[in-house]
Write a protein of this length. Structure first.
Length: 558
């Protein structure tokens, strides 16, 4: 090879070397100058990873400390698809260890465009631990809490439920979410290139949620649910509600809805089935509302229980003709017998001839109809009471007997509880304590005098002793209450096939410990409150009195 050719090659190699060096230098300048910040963040993210430490959700218990909603240990398994070398193998192992579909796992972890995917949210911690021991690169694990309801269907409509992220979605879980949820913590971990944790460099502790104690008694609740469910089945009804109140305080001992659902499987129940009808649904009360008309007349000094009226078989008010539920001849009835026998004509006569529209409207408002009771449960309906200025000529004939006005079960239970405790309308409530601190609900508001309350209680005892509510009688105890049967409104008037049957009562009547309301929606075969709802009241009351060890206050027959 000539010297000239050799020199040419040396110069060419020198040029190439200079170009390579220049390119390397330019790349170094670009990386260290322009891209330095971006690359630093990438490097840090590959070695340091912030992890959220979920806060434990507070426990919900009944009034005796029995757990109704608790947190159970679970482990969430996640993956970084970019760190998984053999996604099919990892999916097969994860599917086998966790008991999940490996095809679904593979579809998620094979997508290398993502840096984080769930393998299984809130997995069984034992199974997750077995998988973690396999040491598969790209998989991660962190502890989570899963909400569980050990009583299953008991009080499900009251509790509601929390979702996969442990946030309340319905019921008390939703309205008390800020109390129960707590505050999550965090930690920063250092990982190796394979995603394995090497060290924890920063930690902020989580703050657990606060515990809540309810007024609900899980035994009283479970019994009310069982009795109500059987009543709905027996009468092939659409639905039903039952409430047990302590009339002295407004504490709700039971709030049952049928059909029910398992709070652990809330997603399998329709929205309608999950609805707490005792608080959200309105219905026309029928004859249970007659208590308001009679109490108003007594309170205004317009009548006494012995005031008598000569009553025809029917009465016409404006364009409405109002009959009795059972045909009868013209007869003379006292106010006490009007209530005991649930006379429509007698009740309308008291309202029309004694009270008048203005006074009756004021008393409806005084008893709280058309307004929420203020119960500590989300979504309470206010009911529907027609404002006085919208009354027609026939309203004074329909509203006094519980038509043309809509109420909720909790409203009716609260009103009867007020009569039972001597005339004070208490705010019904479900939450007794938060973190051991008792909640205060006030002393209530007086709506009728003690004298009027006592008079009404005596008349309500007559309903059970010898009136329309004899099926509500509880051996050994005095019982006061009222039956209700109402056609359901529909387009153009009232249905002739769909009814609501109800009974609201107090026991023991001499010194009430319980106010119990039972409402059955669209029963078949029988429609009367005294036939459909009163026996359910009797079963609930009998159990509760024995469970609470309330002494009998009446001699047993025979």
């Amino acid at each position: 090879m000539s010297e000239r050719v050799a020199n040419r090659r040396i110069r060419l190699l020198l040029v190439v070397a200079v170009l390579v060096f220049a390119g390397t230098l330019a790349r170094a300048v670009w990386l260290q100058g322009v891209q330095a910040g971006t690359l630093k963040r990438m490097a840090t993210s590959q070695h340091r990873e912030p992890i959220v430490l979920p806060a434990g959700r507070g426990t919900i218990t009944d009034r005796n400390g029995e757990p109704l909603a608790i947190g159970e240990q679970a482990t969430t398994v996640y993956a970084d698809p970019r760190r998984i070398r053999n996604p099919r193998r990892v999916a097969a192992i994860a599917g086998r260890e966790l008991g999940v579909d490996p095809n679904g796992v593979y579809a998620r972890i094979a997508d290398r465009t993502k840096g984080f995917v769930y393998v299984q949210r809130k997995a069984d911690p034992v199974k997750a631990r077995m998988l973690e021991r396999r040491g598969l690169a790209g998989l991660g694990f962190y502890a989570e809490e899963q909400r569980a309801y050990p009583q299953r269907t008991v009080a499900a409509h009251v509790l509601g439920y929390a979702g996969v992220d442990n946030h309340g979605l319905d019921g008390l879980e939703r309205s008390l979410d800020s109390v129960l949820a707590g505050k999550p913590g965090s930690e920063t971990v250092v990982k190796d290139p394979f995603g394995r944790v090497l060290d924890v460099v920063d930690t902020r502790a989580e703050r657990p949620g606060r515990d809540v104690q309810l007024t609900i008694d899980h035994q009283i609740q479970a019994n009310a649910e069982a009795v109500l469910a059987e009543t709905v089945r027996e009468w092939h009804a659409k639905a039903g509600s039952a409430i047990v109140l302590d009339p002295r305080t407004g504490a709700v001992l039971a709030m049952a809805v049928a059909p029910g659902f398992d709070a652990n499987r809330f997603g399998a129940a329709s929205p309608g089935r999950r609805r707490n009808r005792a608080v959200t649904d309105m219905y026309e009360p029928g004859s249970t509302f007659k208590l308001v008309t009679v109490a108003a007349a007594l309170s205004e000094g317009l009548a006494t229980p012995l005031t008598a009226f000569t009553l025809p078989p029917y009465i016409q008010v404006a364009d409405r003709i109002i009959h009795e539920h059972d045909p009868r001849p013209t007869e003379r009835l006292t106010v006490a017998r009007i209530l005991a026998e649930s006379s429509n004509v007698g009740t309308v006569t008291i309202a029309k001839d004694l009270l008048g529209p203005d006074r009756l409207a004021r008393w409806i408002n005084r008893f709280g109809f058309g307004k929420p009771t203020g119960i500590d449960f989300p979504g309470e309906s206010a009911g529907a009471a027609l404002p006085r200025d919208l009354w027609s000529g026939s309203t004074i004939g329909t509203v006094p007997i519980g038509q043309g006005i809509a109420v909720t079960p909790i409203q009716m239970a609260t009103v009867y509880a007020a009569v039972g405790n001597g005339g004070v309308l208490m705010r019904p409530h479900l939450v007794e304590r938060v973190d051991g601190v008792r909640r205060r609900y006030g002393r209530g508001r007086r709506v009728v005098s003690r004298t009027v309350a006592a008079q009404v209680m005596t008349m309500l005892r007559g309903v059970v002793d010898a009136g329309t509510g004899t099926s509500a009688a509880v051996p050994g105890y005095t019982v006061a209450g009222k039956t209700g049967t109402a056609n359901k409104p529909e387009a153009g008037g009232y249905s002739t096939t769909k009814y609501v049957a109800s009974f609201v009562g107090l026991v023991p009547a001499k010194k009430p410990r319980l106010a119990i309301m039972v409402m059955v929606d669209e029963p078949k075969g029988a429609i009367w409150g005294g036939v459909v709802a009163a026996p359910a009241f009797q079963e609930i009351a009998r159990f509760d009195l024995q469970y609470l060890e309330v002494p009998p206050d009446a001699p047993l027959p025979g």
